[in-house]
Design a protein around this ligand. Sequence first.
Ligand code: NAD
Ligand code: UD1
Length: 337
Amino acid sequence: MTIFVTGGAGYIGSHTIVELLENGQQVVVLDNLSNSSKEALRRVEVITSKSVTFYQGDVLDPIILNKIFSEHDITSVIHFAGLKSVGESVVQPLRYYENNVTGTVVLCQAMAKANVKNLVFSSSATVYGDPASLPILESFPTDTTNPYGQSKLMVEHVLTDLAASDSSWNIAVLRYFNPVGAHASGTIGEDPNDIPNNLMPFIAQVAVGKRDKLNVFGSDYDTHDGTGVRDYIHVVDLAIGHLKALDKLATNPGLVTYNIGTGVGYSVLDMVKAFEKACGKSIAYQIVDRRPGDIAACYANPKKAKSELGWAAIHTIDDMAQSSWLWQSNNPNGYEG
Ligand code: NAD
Ligand code: UD1
């Protein structure tokens, strides 16, 4: 079985490819390296002692897509390729819609042409907006306020219409909660290009001395310690969720949607404490104003994934912090180092 992975050089893609290779699958990757390094795939090959076929190119380019489908016996596609910064999407909405929405349409057109109709799509818990209650079920209404979130929701609608139009498509929409952590080897991990927007890479950079202190965005939320609560999920658990989704697609389910989270919410200060324990240092932080657009709390009800995919997260908050620290301390400058 050959799995075609778009965006496979990125954070979640590289971890998923490790699991695919270790599970005996062949993997072909297309990535334009706009937010990643080829070095990640080299390290994936070292971890697994297996090889990955890599094409540098864009999902917006039908020529390279047609070439890949004609050169390989692809059974399924995992589509990670996308831009993911909320703030950037507000400034550059057209770039986000083109890359994330048009990119997926072009990919699906090439899949249809090649008669490959099994797709796993990376969606996000951001599609739930500010939920009326917690934990969040897949049936909750969707509502999102920024172009990044809109692009994910638009793709969900495109895929829903596609599956409705042709029952031979099987599509798993995975709504990730907050992916963190790294592979146990400490050789692959999250490598933000710029100042990290997300909490865990920021904490890791404070721990390693690249940043002075963490700004904690708000301490007056209605949560157990006043700081924002999220459902952090270890990236290896998330990666394994993709393999379970591929198994599900083999049963011809049509379009299915799953929350991929742990079901447990931790606060910003819970994460700081876990990281301090992992790295043996104190993490300097200051409380600042709330970040515009943030919500108080967000965590999944992951029972549907458990009952229908046989998937549940197993890594703890300490595993997340320890693996993140191992990656960051071994690679203070990410893949560039
Ligand atoms: P990432 O940026 O590390 O990986 C995305 C990869 O896609 C990168 O390697 C990038 O170079 C590549 N890429 C982007 N546009 C491309 C294009 N047009 N053609 C070819 N390659 C392209 O991000 P990630 O954290 O691994 O996220 C993977 C997917 O999961 C994204 O679609 C993202 O929106 C989604 N997601 C991520 C999170 C998160 O917190 N990391 C949460 C929810 C959803
Ligand atoms: C962000 C994105 C969301 C995306 C998700 C996963 C925004 C508004 N939302 O969500 O669309 O799906 O990442 O990639 O950007 N925090 C701090 N200090 C920091 C960074 C974060 O206190 O320097 C706090 C936040 O206020 C929040 C928590 O840490 O309470 C987690 O933040 P973050 O990692 O950015 O994830 P989300 O806000 O859930």
